[in-house]
Design a protein around this ligand. Structure first.
Ligand code: KIV
Length: 271
């Protein structure tokens, strides 16, 4: 008898169902095939090709510089290694804000050319009509509110959002508008835990928190942050699960020493 080894892919409806069943959703980022293959095998539910790639891979100081072409390249690379997790691609700055037709065209490219299964857009009520159109056309959308890094200049930095009542009320309205427009989930970034709890309880779609406390339906981190690979800044919401940057540095230093001292390669590493 042959064993059916077919891998069960995680779908958009399955992610929504996880909230209904009270099962928490684990999300991490990847921008390349190697990282994505390890992540996919780890049991992660969603792999996000975040526009944080602009900072992590591109070395930019914020996410604004990353382009459609770069995001498509990263997403295609990730796609080649992902067999199980849901693959969500971040839409870069100005790829969806200028007009709904432009947003449809660019979101469609992520599905058609790069194999993403959903896209993520930053913004609340202002982009709800775009979210509605995309979802009507069969392009699943993950929303993103709170500290939306593409608005870093308007916010004047990466501070907490929703600490004051007026802003908290805005964010509650944004979350409801995104759900109403058809989003299948919403990232809540750097908002008070109590506000995230209230928003999560008010929605039937899952919330995915980053710096939004423990009451969200899921959590997301940038993989390079939690692995200790990216340390240009370290917000308190990042838990370091490894210190890979330090380990890499030690390995590189040892290699340089070995080469300089003639200790590499050894005889059994030679032909
Ligand atoms: O770009 C990104 O990686 C993100 C997540 C941190 C939510 O938007």
């Amino acid at each position: 008898m042959s064993v059916n080894k077919k891998i069960k892919r995680t779908t958009v409806p399955a992610i929504v169902e996880m909230k209904r069943q009270g099962r928490r959703i684990a999300v991490l980022t990847a921008y390349d095939a190697l990282m994505a293959s390890i992540l996919d095998a780890s049991g992660i539910d969603i792999i996000l090709v975040g526009d944080s790639a602009g900072m992590v891979m591109g070395g930019h100081e914020n996410t604004l510089a990353v382009t459609m072409d770069e995001m498509l390249l990263y997403t295609r690379s990730v796609r080649r290694s992902v067999n199980r997790a849901l693959l969500v691609a971040d839409m870069p700055f100005l790829s969806y804000q200028t007009s709904i037709p432009e947003a449809v065209k660019n979101a469609g490219r992520f599905l058609q050319e790069a194999g993403a299964e959903a896209v993520k857009l930053e913004g609340g009520r202002a982009i709800a009509p775009t979210v509605r159109r995309l979802t009507e056309l069969g392009i699943p959308v993950m929303g993103h509110i709170g500290l939306t890094p593409q608005s870093v200049h308007s916010f004047g930095g990466y501070g907490l959002q929703g600490g004051e009542k007026a802003r908290a009320d805005e964010l509650k309205k944004d979350a409801l508008a995104l759900q109403e427009a058809g989003a299948f989930s919403i990232v809540l970034e750097k908002i008070p835990a109590a506000l995230a709890k209230e928003i999560s309880a008010s929605l039937s779609i899952p919330t995915i928190g980053i710096g939004a406390g423990p009451h969200c339906d899921g959590q997301v981190l940038v993989s390079h942050d939690m692995l200790g690979l990216y340390d240009k800044f370290k917000p308190k919401f990042v838990r370091r699960y490894a210190e890979m940057g330090k380990e890499m540095m030690e390995a590189f230093i040892r290699y340089v020493e070995d080469v300089k001292e003639g200790n590499f390669p050894a005889e059994d590493e030679s032909y």
